[in-house]
Design a protein around this ligand. Structure first.
Ligand SMILES: C[S@@+](CC[C@H](N)C(=O)[O-])C[C@H]1O[C@@H](n2cnc3c(N)ncnc32)[C@H](O)[C@@H]1O
Length: 288
């Protein structure tokens, strides 16, 4: 990452999102946004953005939700997408339609100098689980929120409740050594799987009215484009891609063949709908 201030404990995540993960997410941006559309729909419903509002999109990545929300706050509103990944922000900037009130900033949410009491709402689609010190990060974000402003984000529930990820990963594990063990609260996609932790973190950061709702969805890994697209989706992003990283071509091909078999069993026409379990979290920045 360039000169933007970065909390030292987020350095490994910044490196990851500026290299391999940043590449994967930009390579698969269009497909990934289609796969995650049902998540965006739930987040948009929970956020209830209004024309004229200012919104911060935390960990906005390639900008899909920033662009969605920018269309909702017109006229008069504005959305600031914030991310530590230069390549993902570059994609966000390039795809945001001109005239849409969406801006992007390269920044670490933990230490970014938010304009005080600027936003009416903060949102995130899977961009808040990667902080080394989430209570500090959310407290910092809160400075950028008006009194009474709302927070709404989507995060994953436990990995084992997410067949979209577990089914391909199970097949890949037959061929490649497992990823190094991590603690459940380490930064990563499942760091907020425990709803009690989410409540603890947000309340330590000073948020009130914390509501954590479980939502079960089907994600179509094939995005209606058939089995090959589903296999590419499974191999393209997330733990399955990481486990196969650097493996010999023969290993990758064998894993892909098994993933294909497992996904074929769940195919419905050109779709491969797989279960996904998320939390939709909302909270309020208390009035003074
Ligand atoms: C799983 S991706 C989600 C991206 C995007 N919200 C989406 O749904 O497509 C997580 C995002 O969080 C960003 N991120 C991780 N740590 C961050 C931090 N400390 N400050 C800002 N963004 C961060 C990553 O760079 C990445 O873009």
């Amino acid at each position: 990452m360039s000169a933007a201030p970065l909390h030292a404990d987020n350095a490994a995540q910044a490196e990851y999102w500026n290299s391999v993960a940043g590449r994967r997410w930009t390579d698969r941006q269009e497909e990934q946004d289609l796969v995650l559309r049902p998540v965006s729909d739930r987040l948009i419903a929970a956020a209830d953005a209004r024309p004229g509002q200012r919104i911060i999109d935390i960990g906005c990545g390639c900008g899909d939700t920033t662009i969605d929300f920018a269309a909702r706050v017109m006229p008069g509103g504005e959305v600031l997408g914030l991310d530590i990944s230069e390549p993902m922000l570059a994609r966000a900037r390039e795809r945001a339609p001109s005239g849409l009130p969406a801006g992007f900033v390269l920044a670490d949410a933990t230490v970014y100098d938010f304009e005080p009491e600027w936003a009416d709402l903060a949102v995130s689609r899977f961009g808040v689980m990667f902080f080394a010190d989430p209570a500090r990060s959310f407290a910092n974000l809160r400075r950028g929120l008006k009194p009474g402003a709302r927070l709404a984000f989507a995060c994953w529930r436990e990995a084992k409740q997410n067949p979209w990820m577990m089914i391909p990963l199970r097949e890949a594990k037959k061929h490649a050594p497992p990823l190094p063990e991590t603690n459940p609260e380490d930064p990563g996609p499942f760091a907020f799987a425990d709803d009690a932790r989410v409540r603890r973190v947000l309340s330590a950061a000073g948020f009130a009215d914390i509501v954590v709702i479980p939502v079960d969805l089907d994600l179509d890994l094939a995005i209606g484009r058939g089995l090959d697209a589903a296999v590419a989706g499974a191999l393209g992003i997330g733990p399955t891609s990481r486990i196969l990283d650097g493996q010999p071509e023969a290993v990758r091909a064998a894993a892909a063949a098994d993933i294909r078999k497992a996904l074929a069993e769940r195919a419905k026409g050109d779709s491969v709908p797989l279960g996904a379990a998320i939390w939709i979290v909302t909270a309020t920045n208390p009035d003074r």
